[in-house]
Design a protein around this ligand. Structure first.
Ligand code: BGC
Length: 755
């Protein structure tokens, strides 16, 4: 068995709820000296000072929400705030830190947080793009570099990873997560936590990570951001919670609540989520911060009569820190004095926050992260830029390649780059790009292709179309683009969505190409020239027409600072694409929500004759998606042998090893993500038609064959049973080792679990 397979198969059990007995993270070990120090400090603190430690405010450098509080510096100087976000650079964080340390009675240092989501200065592909690499080491490295850069600018704490499973392409925030799958998402959650936190929170180049948004934020009704979530506890536990549990198992230091309600209770007021599940079931030791003003929002939710009550509900539920709402700041002293909140409740939250400050080493030296020389020496290091380029090309997914259109032919002397994303620096880095430079540093597709094209190859650009919604129907730029297309050997159409059409508050009811891009694409295809569509976007778009008519499609997400170089690496064949989709691409928005691990229903379409009426289907669209979860092409081809099993059954404490031989049947070296899927045929509740339970990315030379093996134990097949307990059940299972999801991707073998 290969080591990687073993690691992945075994890791598969840990994201589950009941099966993991995770070791306590190193940072959570009791420290007698720390306890003494904090006892003494807390004993000296007034109630106002304590509430200050539970307050997080944004600086006025950036706005990541609807409110900005005037006078946050006065709040720092008055000891009314314990943490600041949206402030960075060694110089600025040092200045603010000095206000707290030198200007307040107890001199308690500030904690600086920031949304370092996919890079800090050197920007990597958006998180969904990174997930498409299925390369856990690369994802960990990206988080590591992000931590090194952010901490060199005074940041102690990132509001990442976003581990929300998302299955609705209308929802814009899917771009920030790892896609639709529980297993892949859980492993990526762990990789990111490891990358940010390393194994020592006290090291100056690591930062605290945050698992967000707890919980089920991705299940917003109709894909509309912040909308109601109404799902069963079983779906919550089997689909939305496992990546959070995985983050706890990996030792994540903090959690962020979600904006949505769960079971009628806003997440920031949910004792079920924040205490029963997070603390009591999972044993989480860090602190919980709310999302931006989400305590205040419990009033419009209709859960609290006023802000004071909302603050009390949040604290009782298990919130430790109030982000930006100033609800604790303005009401909590009164709530304690009137006996509605206990001193002990406040002390518990204060201790959790102060413990993190202690573990970061801030009481020893509050300025240890604010070092201008280190900052100067660290940002945009060449090796960081190289890593960003490498992750970017690993993230790209080749969706179509008719007749070997790609790599670009050696005799393509005139290349036309056409489309609004062909030469647009701001778009390359996507949303939530932290302190990333949007204006000058990003390498565009045009720049990347020009830098790579050999002597005598001309690469020209015409924008041609617009992605702005308002420009639908306009044709102003078409003539210029078509003239350029006619003179060229190949057209690279760089199209998709504007960078801020995904991310927060960026839901859509159409998944089509926005603006007038589709109309131009059709005219480009009509020229008869080969067309390569390079898609940039943060969600699955319905590119069904393109799939039928263009020659090649490469999905490049928003590929980051070095994105244009990475696109060139793939288009010229210097890198053989290896990405696989972490989300299902629907044919049209009407199929949404759609994901590979759906249930079979009582009337699956396969049971009817073609076109049969009384089966679960649409009248006008097939049930199958446009592209399946796990799908992606390469410039070479791979063959799979039938899967074999080490045994036909396993009992408690046992295991089964599944093997298949994968052969590179083409003539280029390439990487393949070999995927293991399982179906539990009968359960005490119905089970999905497939579930990913393992994968391994293997590099194969032409003609080379490799046997890939995965070991499964009964616990790896656990789920939330009829009685809401977590565990496996005896019975029959099907198993596939395949290049993508989908029952047609390979022939299953069967095994059983015995009692
Ligand atoms: C987002 C969070 C983010 C926070 C701070 C909120 O609007 O939902 O993901 O961490 O702002 O910027």
């Amino acid at each position: 068995m290969s080591g990687a397979s073993e690691r992945e198969a075994n890791a598969g059990s840990s994201p589950t709820l009941a099966s993991s007995q995770s070791a306590e993270p190193a940072w959570a070990r009791r420290d007698a000296e720390m306890d003494r120090f904090l006892d003494e400090l807390i004993a000296k603190m007034t109630l106002q000072e304590k509430v200050g430690q539970l307050t997080l405010l944004t600086s006025d450098w950036e706005s990541t929400g609807p409110t900005m509080r005037e006078g946050y510096k006065q709040d720092i100087a008055a000891g009314r705030v314990g943490a600041i976000f949206n402030a960075y650079t060694a110089e600025y964080t040092r200045d603010l830190q000095a206000m707290a340390v030198e200007g307040t009675r107890l001199g308690i240092p500030l904690l600086f947080g920031y949304d370092v989501i996919h890079g800090h200065r050197t920007i990597f592909p958006i998180s969904l793009g990174e997930a498409a690499s299925w390369d856990l080491d690369a994802i960990e490295e990206s988080a590591r570099i992000s931590a090194v850069e952010a901490s060199a600018e005074g940041i102690h704490w990132t509001f990442s990873p976003m581990v929300d499973v998302s299955r609705d392409a209308r929802w814009g925030r899917g771009s920030e997560g790892a896609g639709e799958d529980v297993f892949l998402g859980s492993l990526i959650a762990k990789a990111r936590v490891r990358g940010y936190q390393g194994d020592d929170l006290g090291a100056i180049d690591t930062v605290l990570a945050t698992a967000k948004h707890f919980a089920a934020y991705g299940a917003a009704q109709a894909g509309r951001d912040y909308h109601t979530v109404d799902i069963s506890e079983r779906t919550l536990r089997d689909t939305y919670l496992p990546p959070f549990k995985a983050a706890v198992d990996e030792g994540v230091a903090t959690f962020m609540t979600a904006f949505n309600e769960y079971d009628g209770v806003p997440a920031s007021g949910s004792r079920f989520l924040l205490t029963d599940v997070l603390r009591d079931e999972w044993g989480f030791d860090g602190f919980v911060v709310t999302d931006y003003t989400s305590i205040n929002e419990m009033v419009p939710h209709g859960y609290a009569r006023n802000l004071a009550q909302a603050g009390e509900q949040a604290l009782h539920a298990g919130v430790d820190m109030d982000m930006q709402g100033a609800v604790f700041m303005e009401n909590m002293v009164n709530s304690v004095e009137q006996g509605r909140v206990s001193q002990a409740g406040i002390d518990r939250a204060v201790r959790r926050v102060l413990e993190m400050k202690y573990r970061l080493g801030l009481f020893e030296d509050p300025y240890r992260y604010a070092d201008a020389e280190r900052q100067q020496a660290t940002l945009y290091k060449p090796e960081f830029l190289d890593a960003a380029r490498d992750v970017a090309r690993k993230s790209m997914v080749l969706l179509k390649n008719e007749g070997g259109t790609l790599p670009l032919a050696a005799d393509a002397n005139r290349i036309a780059v056409i489309g609004p994303l062909g030469d647009s620096k701001p778009d390359m880095i996507g949303s939530w790009a932290a302190a990333g430079d949007r204006q000058t540093r990003p390498v565009t597709v045009l720049e990347g292709l020009r830098a790579r094209a050999g002597d005598g190859v001309r690469v020209d650009y015409a924008k041609g179309a617009s992605y702005e919604f308002a420009d639908e129907g306009k044709t102003d730029g078409f003539a210029e683009a078509l003239a350029l297309a006619e003179e060229s050997d190949v057209i690279v159409a760089a199209m998709g969505e504007k960078w801020d059409m995904t991310g927060e508050a960026a839901s859509r009811t159409s998944l089509d190409l926005p603006g007038n891009q589709q109309a131009l694409l059709e005219q480009l295809v009509a020229t008869g020239k080969p067309v390569v569509l390079v898609m940039m976007s943060g969600r699955p778009n319905s590119i069904t027409w393109a799939d039928e008519h263009v020659d090649a499609i490469l999905h490049a997400w928003y590929p980051g600072t070095q994105g244009g170089h990475a696109v060139a690496d793939v288009l010229f064949g210097d890198y053989n694409p290896s990405g696989k989709l972490p989300v299902t691409f629907p044919r049209n928005v009407g199929q949404v929500p759609i994901h590979y691990d759906m249930k079979n229903t009582g009337r699956p379409i396969e049971l009817g004759a073609p076109g049969a009426k009384y089966v679960s289907r649409y009248l006008n669209t097939p049930n199958d998606p446009l592209y399946r979860f796990g799908y992606g092409l390469s410039y070479t081809s791979f063959g799979y042998s039938p899967a074999t099993l080490s045994a036909a059954s396993m009992g408690p404490g046992g295991s089964i090893t599944a093997r298949a031989t994968v052969t590179n049947t083409g003539d280029r070296a390439g990487e393949e993500v070999v995927q293991l899927y399982v179906r539990d045929l009968v359960g005490s509740v119905t089970r999905p038609v497939q579930e990913l339970k393992g994968f391994e990315k293997v590099m194969l030379q032409p003609g080379e064959a490799r046997t890939v093996s995965f070991t499964l134990r009964p616990e790896d097949l656990a789920f939330t049973r009829a009685d809401i307990t977590h565990g496996w059940e005896p019975g029959e299972f099907q198993l596939w080792i395949a290049p993508s999801s989908g029952a047609a991707a390979s022939t299953p073998v069967t095994f059983s679990i015995t009692e």
